[in-house]
Design a binder for this molecule. Structure first.
Ligand SMILES: C[S@@+](CC[C@H](N)C(=O)[O-])C[C@H]1O[C@@H](n2cnc3c(N)ncnc32)[C@H](O)[C@@H]1O
Length: 339
């Protein structure tokens, strides 16, 4: 029961054409990996500097590494959003810090929105317009000033890996009906996102996912180290695996921290989110879940002979009569996924 994702198939043709403009192909594993390593080193050594979009190696690295990986993560979040009917009534998207339009490209594969992109560098727009003709933006904006909000009540503001330097969303975003916030699943960024969740709840937003409740986040309030993050398996194509063989970092699974929020309340659901990996302990297995402001675990004793693998990130139905021992909900039979 793995949750497997990949980037939209239409990207492959665009990536091939874009790389050809640098005299590269998807099979040039070593040359591609060198560019990825250079951008990765840049992010590690200069975390506060702007993405060096003017550098050819940074463009190549984004195209063959960060774009496919982030689009795969976003694909999983978009699938969750679709399950919750999160996009109902939304017509416009503002993609802040759009980079190579990662979020907009991925969303446009599933839904027809009107897209406004905000990106301070000019190179990404040129690459997207030339090599991703299937995607039509209504507008690219380069300034940091507030975008023109055309219909805020039908607008989704997207922040995909673009909040890292900000402690809050910009003022204009508070006028938008819906928010999709995606951050690296590091302890620091993840916990910052949980603090922002609290602030957004206080400012009239409702959380649609991953939370199934609007109480204080137990990972933030009951722990000093936890942070909420999802994990999916990456169904990588062969060219990606070959490139990755040349790199120290491996991406068989991808993690991300995210929040989907709207001013409209979400439909109440009687389910819990699985927010941890399975922990094998003496005599029992445990897995962290979230359904309220308590930090809780599902637990099943080995003597009960329950064999199950619950993917991190899914929703599960908690039986009303479940036995609770301390912070453990003891399962008497296999858990059902909430669909
Ligand atoms: C880490 S990249 C994320 C790109 C893309 N959203 C993704 O998910 O792959 C952050 C981007 O935000 C842009 N950026 C940062 N601050 C910005 C600002 N104040 N206004 C517009 N763009 C900004 C950077 O140029 C960079 O392309």
């Amino acid at each position: 029961m793995q949750r497997q994702f990949t980037y939209p198939p239409s990207f492959e043709d665009s990536l091939t054409k874009a790389l050809a403009s640098y005299q590269l192909t998807l099979k040039d594993s070593k040359a591609l990996a060198k560019c990825v390593q250079a951008l990765s080193d840049f992010f590690i050594h200069k975390p506060d500097d702007a993405t060096p979009w003017h550098e050819t190696w940074a463009q190549v690295a984004y195209l063959c590494y960060y774009l496919p990986l982030n689009a795969t993560r976003l694909g999983a979040i978009i699938e969750e959003a679709e399950k919750r009917n999160f996009f109902a009534g939304l017509e416009r998207v503002i993609d802040f810090g759009a980079g190579l339009a990662t979020a907009s490209l991925t969303l446009s594969e599933k839904r027809s929105f009107k897209f406004q992109l905000i990106e301070r560098a000019s190179e990404p727009q040129k690459i997207i317009e030339k090599f991703f003709p299937q995607f039509q933006a209504e507008e690219w904006q380069r300034t940091f000033s507030a975008p023109k909000l055309k219909d805020p009540g039908k607008t989704l503001a997207v922040f995909s890996y673009s909040l890292t330097e900000l402690s809050d969303i910009p003022d204009w975003a508070y006028q938008c009906e819906a928010l999709m916030l995606v951050e690296p699943s590091t302890q620091q960024d993840g916990r910052k996102l949980l603090q922002l969740r609290q602030k957004l709840l206080e400012n009239g937003y409702h959380v649609w996912a991953p939370c199934t409740h609007e109480g204080p986040c137990p990972l933030l309030t009951q722990s000093k180290t936890d942070w909420c993050h999802d994990r999916v398996h990456f169904a990588a194509p062969e060219w990606f695996n070959k490139m990755e063989e040349q790199l120290p970092m491996k991406n068989r699974t991808l993690t991300m921290s995210y929040l989907l929020m709207r001013k409209t309340p979400a439909q109440k659901i009687n389910a819990a989110r699985v927010v941890g990996d399975q922990l094998k302990e003496k005599g029992k297995d445990r897995q962290m879940i979230c359904r309220g402001s308590e930090r809780e675990f599902l637990a099943w004793m080995h003597k009960s002979k329950i064999e199950q693998e619950i993917p991190r990130g899914v929703l599960v139905e908690i039986p009303d009569d479940i036995q609770k021992v301390s912070n453990e909900l003891r399962l008497a039979k296999k858990i059902e996924e909430y669909l």
